[in-house]
Design a protein around this ligand. Structure first.
Ligand SMILES: Cc1ncc(COP(=O)(O)O)c(C=O)c1O
Length: 415
């Protein structure tokens, strides 16, 4: 059958006339397919899903009740546009009380987002002209870079490795990219490495941004999920508000992934530019959802409970992976444990299997052991295990982790 004329109308940024014709299968689709195949081959065996990137639990009951009450109010029914004062004020209070960032003006320095992903998709429109460079980290969450490409921008990837403590070496950016760079995108605690930043690193970021006239976008989607101490906000760094904004989200910190609500805060001019593009992109998140999110930002003890659960699970996971030979170290936050992938595995029958990539390890784990992980080969082969696996209580968590240990126990991994 010949192509419809529609085939010739797609924009080059999504493949032009070849749109939809590629046979390449992307990583997350491969994982899904492998999971389906493993389940079909072993219908009676539980898949241990440590590949999930979102909370295993619902939002807390009081938050659902808050949403219910707010959804009944006629005043909340219409377009929210860039939001009313409720979430903005709660965000400013949250930054002050929880993140140690006083003095954020809720009227001019905060606007809600329909999740951080939406904010990362909107901000490039405000900043990127054709030929502009964005400095990003790899492995990482790619959304800002994808949209920067859509506007004709270019991405320079800074590798995150064990050797650099998963903090990018900004001074290693080649001068050709640096001269045309406009934006530096960071994310700590980091997906997928689980690494945390430090005040000293953020101070270097501010200095680097000022020296090279860069905007800093700090994606703080996991900022509140820390296992000890207080969350570290980029905005707490002296000078940060002069160079950037920070993105917070209720998705992970309050188990509200599907609710789609967060906020962008920081530099007034950048927040205004975000708001101007946002106003031409969406009509705002439902006010009832924004108000329930505001309730959360005034109740950080919810996040502390969630983080305590992840911390407990992380302790168990580290133990199990270490016993299997992995070099696992508990991160200071997030729900991700990122470990170097093995080069080979020897099974009880003495058969030795070599792995060329982390993706090959991940496929083997799901096919042979029904253990789902996310592989990363971007800066050396690594596997991401997430502690958001399904388990209904601490006893169930222990059962899942014991089973994980049992399945890995008869394999000898080589690193
Ligand atoms: C680093 C990072 N940023 C942003 C997001 C998206 O967050 P939200 O649900 O607020 O859009 C994710 C979700 O996986 C993430 O890992």
């Amino acid at each position: 059958m010949s192509d419809s004329y529609l085939q010739g109308l797609f924009a080059e940024r999504i493949g032009g006339r070849l749109y939809g014709k590629t046979t390449a299968v992307y990583k997350f689709e491969k994982i899904k397919r492998a999971k389906r195949a493993a389940l079909a081959a072993h219908p009676d065996t539980e898949i241990l899903d440590l590949g999930v990137g979102e909370p295993d639990e619902m939002a807390f009951t009081e938050v659902v009740e808050c949403l219910h009450a707010e959804a009944r109010l006629p005043a909340n029914r219409g377009y929210a546009d860039n939001g009313d004062a409720v979430l903005k004020s709660a965000a400013a209070r949250y930054l002050d009380r929880v993140c140690g960032v006083p003095g954020i003006n809720p009227e001019t320095e905060v606007i809600h987002s329909i999740g951080s992903k939406a904010a990362l998709a909107i901000l490039p429109a405000a900043l990127i002209n054709p030929g502009d460079y964005v400095l990003m980290t790899t492995p990482g969450y790619p959304v800002f870079g994808t949209h920067a490409h859509y506007y004709g921008g270019l991405v320079h990837q800074m590798p995150l490795t064990e050797a650099n403590g998963f903090l990018p070496d900004m001074e290693a950016v080649p001068s050709a990219a640096l001269q045309r760079a406009k934006v530096l995108v960071l994310n700590y605690p980091n997906n997928p490495t689980g690494a945390s930043a430090s005040p000293a690193f953020f101070a270097r970021v501010v200095e680097f941004a000022q020296r090279h006239r860069l905007v800093v976008i700090h994606d703080a989607a996991y900022a509140a999920l820390v296992f000890e101490g207080a969350p570290l906000s980029f905005l707490a760094t002296p000078g940060a508000k002069e160079v950037g904004v920070e993105l917070h989200s209720t998705s992970k910190s309050f188990n509200m992934t599907g609710w789609r609500c967060g906020f962008v805060a920081g530099n007034e001019l950048l927040v205004r530019a975000y708001g101007d593009v946002k106003d031409n992109t969406d009509s705002g998140q439902f006010l009832a959802i924004q108000h329930a999110a505001a309730y959360c930002f005034d109740h950080p003890e919810i996040t502390r409970q969630i983080a305590a659960k992840y911390s407990r699970r992380m302790d168990g996971l580290v133990e199990v992976l270490k016993a299997a030979g992995f070099q696992a170290r508990k991160p200071r936050g997030s729900f991700f444990l990122y470990v170097r992938a093995p080069r080979a595995a020897r099974d009880p029958g003495g058969r030795r299997l070599e792995f060329a990539t982390a993706e090959a390890v991940s496929q083997w784990l799901i096919t042979e052991k029904l253990i789902s992980t996310v592989p990363w080969d971007d800066a050396g082969p690594a596997l991401r295990f997430s502690v958001t696996f399904l388990a209904k209580d601490p006893a169930d968590e222990r059962r899942v982790l014991t089973e994980l240990g049992r399945r890995l126990g008869d394999v000898h991994f080589e690193f």
